[in-house]
Structures are given as C-alpha cells and as structure tokens.
Design a binder for this molecule. Structure first.
Ligand code: NAG
Length: 251
C-alpha cells in the first residue's frame, strides 16, 4: 500500500515538528540543566564477584528479572504474580540454590501519575532491579508489530551488557489468546503485510528485511542464543534454562 500524498505531507509536517521540538529540548538541557551524569551501575560489577542473598535455610538466591510486555496487560499485577509463581516453580528441594523471580512492578512507585516524572522513576526502579538480578527471562512475543516490545529489547541488552545471561521465551497466549510459533522475522514481516511474500528481500517501502532466519532482529536473537539455550514457550522454560545454566557454569 502506498500512502496518499496528503498523508505523506502530514507525516513530513509531523516529523519536522518533532525535529524542532527535539532541538529545543537539546538547547534547554545544555543551557539550563547542563545534562545529567549517567548512573552507571555496570562499571564496578566486573571486578567484584557478585553478591548473593541467602534463603533462611542457607541456599544461595539467584534473581531473574522477568522482562516482557506482560506489564501492559490489563491486570499487570496479577500477570506479574503469576509469572513469578511459574518461574519460581522450577526450584527443586534438593538444589543448593534457589531461583527467585523479580518483576518490574515489584518496586512500588510513590505518587504514581501518568507523567514524565513517574516515567523516569519507573526507569530507574527497573534499572535497579536489573542490576540486582543475575539474569533475565524475556518474552519476545510480537508486540503491535513484527518485532518484540522495545522496552523488553532494551532490558535484554542492558542485562546482557552487564555480563549476565539472557533467556528467552515466546508466549502469545496472554496477548492474542492462543499459542503461536514465534516464526522467523521474515514470516512476521509478511504477516503484518509489509511484504507480499515471505521470500521478499525488501518491504513495501523498499527497505531491506533482515533475512537470516532469526526469530527477531539478529541482535535480540543473538543476546539469548549466546547463552547456549533455545527460545522456550513459557516463562517456566526460560527459568528452567537459567537453572541449567547455573549447574553448567557452577555459577
Ligand atoms: C494483512 O492483510 C490482510 C488482507 O487485507 C488482512 O486480512 C490482515 O488482517 C492483515 N494483517 C495484519 C496483521 O494487519
């Protein structure tokens, strides 16, 4: 489908407007706030061995951060409780460690409001949780597009960049009501009508469709494949892979 000329004009007007706004805020930052020094929780973590918490019966606790668009489900709190329950269900009594799931809504946000101040405090709360975690389990389900949720993508990269393993699953049931295969990225681009066949190398805008057969952008695929585990179907699979990974690496 080609966009009518008027729509293109509107789009270009919109993007010019956005560009103007962006440079305004750049100026504002430079002259007024001077920018903010980045909090870099990653820096120290390489030298220090990871710190561990222990259960009451002396088992080492491994935290795994549950990342996924579940936070956008109508009852996100219930989805989080269920995700944690399922993840924690992989623990076995004879293990000398215990996996404990962390969920992004675990940190209560004071004075919650739909504004940018709240947004930034949620961002920092999630950064703290990911820094505390030893791994992440990420739902790479398609999210309003051929690709996964961008917040989840950021979180996978953030955790991976801390030298921690990323485990993946693809669970469409809570979102679209039925199990579905993840499929390849090309298949999903076709499903969303950006191409006229799965084999097309370029989409309707003439832009190349990544064609390596990975199940999302290759950077997302690579971030969990390099732990040596496949993509699971549910959060239980991903947490189980983490347990296997702990055993294999004597972590
Ligand atoms: C793709 O196009 C078909 C035919 O018009 C339509 O039925 C289908 O809903 C579209 N798919 C998506 C994901 O929008």
């Amino acid at each position: 489908m080609k966009l009518p000329f008027v729509a293109l004009l509107c789009l270009s007007f919109l993007s010019n407007g956005l560009a103007a706004k962006r440079s305004d805020s750049k100026l504002r930052n430079r002259h007024v706030s001077g920018g903010r020094k980045l909090q870099m929780p990653v820096e120290d973590s390489e030298e220090e061995s990871p710190e561990f918490d222990y259960t009451e019966d002396g088992k080492r606790i491994y935290y795994i951060y549950l990342s996924g668009p579940e936070v956008f489900l109508e009852d996100a709190v219930a989805a989080g409780e269920e995700g944690k329950r399922l993840c924690n269900s992989v623990n076995q009594p004879d293990w000398d460690f215990e996996i404990q799931a962390l969920y992004p809504l675990d940190k209560a946000i004071d004075n919650f409001g739909y504004n940018l101040d709240t947004a930034l405090r949620i961002y920092y709360a999630n950064v703290d949780l990911m820094t505390q975690a030893h791994a992440t389990a990420s739902n790479m389900v398609r999210f309003r597009s051929p690709s996964m949720d961008v917040g989840t993508a950021f979180e996978m990269g953030f955790v991976r960049a801390q030298g921690k393993p990323v485990f993946s699953y693809y669970d469409a049931v809570p979102f679209y009501g039925a199990f579905e295969e993840s499929g390849s990225y090309q298949e999903r681009v076709f499903f969303y009508n950006y191409t006229t066949s799965v084999e097309d190398r370029f989409d309707k805008d003439g832009i190349e469709v990544e064609g390596f057969g990975a199940n999302d952008n290759l950077m997302m695929w690579g971030s969990y494949v390099d732990t040596g585990f496949p993509q699971g179907e549910t959060v239980i699979d991903a947490c189980g892979y983490f347990a296997d990974w702990i055993f294999e690496n004597e972590y």
